[in-house]
Ligand binder design. Structure first.
Ligand code: CO
Length: 445
C-alpha cells in the first residue's frame, strides 16, 4: 500500500459519520498550523496564515487569506462533502418481537440497500450527555459489529436473485439482540414513553463511553459498515481501494492534503467540507446555505475590504467541486457513453452535463485540463449517456449561491452509493497532485 493510500484508508476508517470526518479534518488542520476560529467571535486575520471554522459539528471551512487585497485578487477554493448514505436510527427505535430486538432506521441519502444486508454493522454518531452547563456532545463509534439485517433464506423466496424491494420500515430494522429482551421496556421506548437513557442503545453507548446511561439525554446515531477500508492489487498502478464512504471522503481527503501542503499566494485559498449533500445540501452547514459565503465575506471584512471589494472578488474567483465520477463498469457497458466514461487508473474526471447537474462549462473544463497538464497528471471527461440523467453534486449549488465559476471533477468510482465503493489509488494521488497545482495558481483568469 502506498503512503497516500494508507493515509486515505486511515481517514476513511476514522470517519464513520460526518461528525467524525469534520473532527478529523479539524485535527489535521490544527496539526498543520491552522488556527480555529469561532463564528461568534470578532476575527483578526493575518495574510498568509491558515484558519478554519466549523458549523453544526459536521462541516468545516478552512482558508488562508491572500497576500494581496481580496477585491483585487479574489479567491480560489475547493469543496467536497462529508456525508454518505447510511441507515440513521429513528427516535424510539427499539422493536421487540418474541425475544429479538431490532433497531428501526431511516435511509439517509440514495443508498443501494442490498449491500447492507447480512453484513456486520457498527454504530457511530453523537451522544449528548446532561451536564452542569447544559448538553455536552461526545463523538461515539462502537468500533465493532453490533448488528445485522438478515435476508430471507432463498428457500423462502426462490425469486430473490431476480431482485428484491426492501421496505425500509419493515425489512431494514437492524437485529441487535436475540435473548433476554425486556419487551415491555422496548415497547415503552417505541411508544416514546422512555427517555433515550432507558434504551438499549443508550446503555450500549454509555458503557462504551464509560458514563452512566442516566446521563444520556439524546442520541444521534447511524448504522455503518463495520468493516474498514481495504487496498489490494498491485502496489502503485493497479492498486484498488474498496471502502465505505469513498463518496465523498476521498474528495475531502484529497482537498485536505492539497490545502495542507499549499503555500500562501496573492489570492485567498479556501477548502470547504460541507454536510448534507446526499439529501440536497439545504441545511445550515450544507452547500445550499450561507456558510461559505459568510466565511468569504468575513475574510474580506477582516482584511479591511469594503462591500464593493467582495463583489469585485467574486468574478475573479474559481471553485473546484470534488465528488465521485461514475467509472466505466465492464459488466454494464450499455449504461455508459464509451468515449466519455472514465476508466479507473486514468486520472481525475472532469464532469459535464448540458442540464447543469454539474457546474463545469467549456471554459472551466479547459482551465482544469491545463491545471492537470501543469501538475503532470492525466485527466478524463465524464458525460452520462444522453438518455440518462446523472446525479448532481455541490458544484452547481455553491456556484449559484456564490456566483463563482466552478469545475466539477471526481475520482473515477465504481458502485457509487453502495455500502462499499471502489476507486484506484493512483487516481487519488493524481487528484491530490491536480489540487495542489490548483491552489498554487496565483490568478484565476
Ligand atoms: Co457525492
Amino acid at each position: 500500500m502506498t503512503d497516500t493510500t494508507k493515509s486515505l484508508c486511515d481517514f476513511l476508517d476514522a470517519s464513520p459519520t460526518p461528525y467524525h470526518a469534520a473532527d478529523n479534518i479539524k485535527a489535521y488542520l490544527a496539526a498543520h498550523g491552522a488556527i480555529q476560529l469561532d463564528e461568534r467571535d470578532a476575527w483578526n486575520l493575518e495574510p498568509g496564515a491558515a484558519y478554519f471554522v466549523t458549523r453544526g459539528s459536521s462541516a468545516v471551512v478552512a482558508f488562508r487569506p491572500g497576500l494581496r487585497p481580496f477585491g483585487a485578487e479574489g479567491f480560489i477554493m475547493a469543496g467536497a462533502h462529508t456525508d454518505s448514505p447510511c441507515l440513521k436510527i429513528r427516535r424510539g427505535a427499539e422493536r421487540a418481537a418474541r425475544s429479538m430486538l431490532r433497531i428501526a432506521v431511516e435511509v439517509y441519502g440514495g443508498a443501494i440497500l442490498s449491500g447492507w444486508l447480512d453484513r456486520p454493522l457498527a454504530l457511530a454518531g453523537r451522544v449528548f450527555l446532561r451536564g452542569e452547563g447544559g448538553l455536552r456532545e461526545l463523538l461515539y463509534s462502537s468500533g465493532r459489529p453490533v448488528g445485522v439485517i438478515p435476508n430471507l433464506p432463498i428457500h423462502l423466496n426462490r425469486e430473490i436473485n431476480k431482485g428484491i424491494e426492501y421496505n425500509p420500515h419493515q425489512h431494514l430494522p437492524v437485529l441487535v439482540e436475540t435473548a433476554g429482551i425486556d419487551t415491555k421496556a422496548a415497547a415503552a421506548a417505541q411508544a416514546g414513553g422512555a427517555g433515550d437513557g432507558d434504551s438499549w442503545l443508550a446503555r450500549l453507548a454509555a458503557a462504551d463511553l464509560g458514563v452512566s446511561p442516566e446521563a444520556v439525554a439524546a442520541l444521534d446515531l447511524s448504522f455503518v459498515d463495520a468493516q474498514g477500508a481495504v487496498a489490494f492489487g498491485r502496489d502503485g498502478a493497479g492498486e484498488l481501494v474498496n471502502s465505505p464512504r469513498l463518496d465523498d471522503l476521498a474528495g475531502c481527503h484529497a482537498i485536505l492534503e492539497a490545502f495542507g501542503a499549499a503555500l500562501p499566494t496573492s489570492r485567498t485559498q479556501a477548502a470547504c467540507f460541507l454536510d448534507a449533500e446526499e439529501v440536497g445540501s439545504m441545511t445550515a452547514q450544507g452547500a445550499d446555505s450561507s456558510f461559505v459565503r459568510d466565511m468569504l465575506a468575513r475574510i474580506n471584512l477582516s482584511m479591511n475590504g469594503t462591500a464593493e471589494d467582495f463583489y469585485r472578488a467574486v468574478p475573479r474567483s474559481l471553485c473546484v467541486s470534488v465528488d465521485g465520477a461514475q467509472a466505466w463498469n465492464p459488466a454494464y457497458p450499455e449504461k455508459f457513453d464509451e468515449g466519455f466514461s472514465p476508466l479507473l487508473g486514468k486520472g481525475p474526471a472532469v464532469k459535464m452535463n448540458a442540464n447543469q447537474r454539474y457546474a463545469t462549462d467549456a471554459l472551466t473544463a479547459d482551465r482544469f485540463a491545463e491545471t492537470c497538464r501543469c501538475a503532470g497528471v492525466p485527466f478524463q471527461t465524464y458525460m452520462s449517456r444522453a438518455d440518462i440523467q446523472p446525479g448532481t453534486t455541490i458544484g452547481p449549488i455553491s456556484s449559484s449561491r456564490l456566483g463563482v465559476r466552478t469545475i466539477d471533477v471526481g475520482h473515477p468510482l465504481l458502485a457509487m452509493h453502495a455500502i462499499r465503493e471502489t476507486i484506484e489509488g493512483s487516481d487519488h494521488r493524481a487528484m491530490i497532485g491536480a489540487l495542489k497545482e490548483f491552489f498554487k495558481e496565483a490568478q484565476a483568469s
